[in-house]
Design a protein around this ligand. Structure first.
Ligand SMILES: *Cc1c(COP(=O)(O)O)cnc(C)c1O
Length: 372
């Protein structure tokens, strides 16, 4: 990848293709893939990622909110799109743009049916979400009869899939709990199939479940973080390639004397003749203040150097004492030497949070090797 002249987030589509191939190599031949591109494609660029995944053969997309699905449609995505957490106020536009809602409660199901009937829909595809232990969204196992009765009263919707979400598929200490969620989902699925007289598609696995619970793939898997290069464990990370690289440059270098301070609240005090570099990236770009005061590091010419003082809104400072570098040199914040999990871990967080925090102010640059 090339030298940058400002703060950029590079999106490596070859890495995305590599991760897609790796994840699909773990699937049974008939298992479909839903690419999860919510939250701007985990902070990258949902439309660029979705277009690439569509060309690789992904079957389905998932987003969290209707607005995110509309952005995909505007970018020309024609695959079916599941909206995981739609709000009734957007049901009309959801139908207008052929997005498919997850219906997770009686309130949501009733209000979707009302809108679908109002818009004269027939057999509009919907996905019923069941709660099997995450206790976040979803109907309970005991709701199956009620759901099927409501469906019998309307021609407007048809169940395309039943799904559930695992609470701890990355945590092998919770294996027993996860197996319980899988068994519970199987019971719900067969109960529903019996009541409906047909069998909708089933899906329960996120990235870590693809890797840790091959027996739970059902008809489709929903993969997010793995596509972006993270597998929630060092062993899996080794098979995946980070899709985004966050780069910046050195704006200015200062040499300060012992006792001098750097940044707001004078939070860093030099104990030696220190050389410091100021970078054009701050908490408004997604670099948390929790990474200040030596917690987080960046990479300059192969050297890992600490962030010093408090992270500012638009800038941060690093200690480059003894490091060979000059103004204008490239700085790697997320890359191969330090990936998003490494940096997130230093502040007690996870790759998901760090990646999705990279703000829209940061310029996105798509990279791909020329095709032969
Ligand atoms: C975000 C999300 C996923 C993707 O999870 P990953 O761990 O990123 O693979 C799958 N299913 C649901 C319901 C989600 O909200």
């Amino acid at each position: 990848m090339s030298q940058t002249h400002e703060t950029v987030l590079e999106i490596d589509l070859d890495a995305l293709a590599h991760n897609y191939e790796f994840l699909t190599s773990k699937l049974h031949p008939d298992t479909k893939v839903m690419g999860v591109v919510k939250a701007f494609g985990y902070g990258s660029d949902a439309c660029e990622v979705a277009k690439e995944l569509a060309s690789l053969g992904v079957d389905y997309f998932a987003v969290a909110y209707v607005k995110e699905g509309i952005a995909l449609r505007d970018a020309g995505i024609t695959q079916p799109i599941l909206v995981l957490h739609p709000q009734p106020v957007h049901f009309e536009s959801l139908i207008d743009r052929c997005l498919e809602p997850a219906l997770y409660s009686a309130r949501i199901l009733r209000s979707f049916v009302a809108v679908a009937e109002g818009k004269k829909q027939q057999d509009y595809p919907v996905h019923i979400k069941f709660n099997t232990g995450l206790n976040r969204l979803g109907f309970w196992e005991s709701d199956t009869e009620w759901i099927v009765e409501r469906l019998a009263e309307t021609q407007s919707i048809k169940i395309k899939s039943l799904f559930s979400h695992l609470a701890a598929s990355e945590d092998m200490n919770e294996r027993e709990f996860t197996l319980g969620q899988i068994a519970n989902f199987k019971n719900i699925a067969s109960d529903m199939a019996e009541r409906l007289g047909y069998r909708p598609m089933l899906h329960q696995s996120n990235t870590s479940a693809i890797l840790n619970y091959p027996e739970a793939q059902f008809d489709m898997v929903r993969t997010g973080i793995g596509l972006y290069g993270y597998g929630n464990s060092e062993a899996y990370d080794a098979n995946l390639k980070p899709v985004v690289h966050l780069k910046s440059i050195i704006s200015q270098i200062h040499t300060i004397e012992p006792g001098e301070t750097v940044g707001y609240n004078r939070a860093y005090k030099a104990t030696h003749f220190a050389k410091t570099a100021t970078l054009p990236i701050g908490h408004a770009d997604g670099i948390s203040r929790n990474l200040g005061n030596g917690v987080g590091k960046v990479v300059i010419n192969g050297h890992s150097v600490p962030i010093i003082g408090n992270v500012c809104m638009d800038m941060l400072m690093v200690d480059i004492t003894g490091i060979d570098c000059k103004e204008g040199d490239e700085v790697i914040i997320i890359g191969s030497q330090q990936n998003a999990s490494d940096l997130a871990e230093s502040m007690g967080s996870i790759s998901y949070e760090l990646l999705t925090a990279i703000s829209q102010r940061v310029k996105r640059v798509v990279r791909r090797k020329p095709k032969r």
